[in-house]
Design a protein around this ligand. Structure first.
Ligand code: SAM
Ligand code: ZN
Length: 253
């Protein structure tokens, strides 16, 4: 009889202790204190400068980053996680160190062929952006059009990620300069088809141009935005690709 009672007491104490243990783990998880790193996954913070509608931001967010976008124009449909209206370089100088990594897409008009045709002058923000990023000294990426003066860049294209609409592929080359971190990127090859979708300017109205709805499908942008923002956006697939490498790098530190 006493032996049975002993076993029952033992079992009761065991169950009670287990409950206490799980309650303690749960409390620690809620307060985020002292919880083993392998149980609470780290969410890295990425700053998305000159964010526009957030084509780039959405890709990093999908890769697992918490993404804050900065643009000097309101972006009510921003595709990242959090939006701040500010001058990009001013914000970078004051707050850049609060982030784990930084992406910047300075306006590309200064290097676009349309600018040369119309002989228009636009400020080149790439140099200043690069200088400040190196001072802030977090892993960074600068994105721009292929004609922009980027150093040792990685080039990505929509056809590498099977982007497009119907039989038309999205040929959209963009360059990415990588700073303060490095890796061997291994992108798939370009697979250009004869028929392609062109996403530039205001789209025009002739039969070779497409509706914003088709542009969105081709870019892989699922949220609402207008034609001029789409014309400047990069497909989220590009930064999802880079973001996956960046996460690997950050978690190896
Ligand atoms: C090429 S677009 C960015 C596109 C974006 N990467 C995407 O994928 O959707 C450049 C953006 O820079 C913004 N911009 C230009 N000068 C700026 C400045 N000084 N500070 C903040 N944003 C600026 C423009 O409003 C525009 O939205
Ligand atoms: Zn290509």
């Amino acid at each position: 009889m006493t032996e049975h009672l002993n076993i029952l007491v033992h079992l009761y104490v065991q169950v009670y202790c287990q409950r206490l243990y799980f309650l303690a783990l749960f409390t620690l998880a809620l307060t985020n204190q002292g919880f083993p790193a392998r149980i609470v996954p780290m969410t890295y913070k990425l700053l998305d400068l000159f964010c526009g509608v957030g084509g780039a931001g959405a890709g990093y967010s999908k890769a697992g980053f918490h993404v804050t976008g900065v643009d000097h124009i309101d972006q009510p449909n921003y595709g990242g996680d959090n939006f701040i209206k500010a001058d990009a370089l001013d914000y970078l100088m004051k707050n850049g160190r609060l982030y784990d990594a930084i992406h910047a897409s300075p306006p590309c008009q200064a290097f676009s062929s349309m600018s040369a045709i119309h002989n228009r002058k636009h400020p080149d923000l790439i140099k200043d952006t690069r200088t400040l990023l190196n001072i802030v000294s977090k892993p960074w990426i600068i994105e721009n059009v292929p004609s922009a003066p980027l150093e040792h860049h990685l080039m990505l294209c929509g056809t590498m990620f099977n982007l497009g609409y119907g039989k038309k592929s999205l040929i959209r080359h963009r360059s990415f300069e990588i700073g303060k971190w490095g890796t061997d990127f291994n992108p798939p090859p370009c697979k250009h088809t004869k028929d392609s979708i062109c996403i530039v300017g205001h789209g025009g109205t002739d039969k070779n141009h497409h509706s914003p709805w088709i542009w969105k499908k081709a870019l892989g942008i699922e949220w609402g935005t207008d034609r001029s923002q789409l014309a400047q956006a990069i497909p989220p697939a590009y930064t999802h690709f880079i973001g996956t490498y960046l996460l690997q790098y950050l978690s190896s530190l």
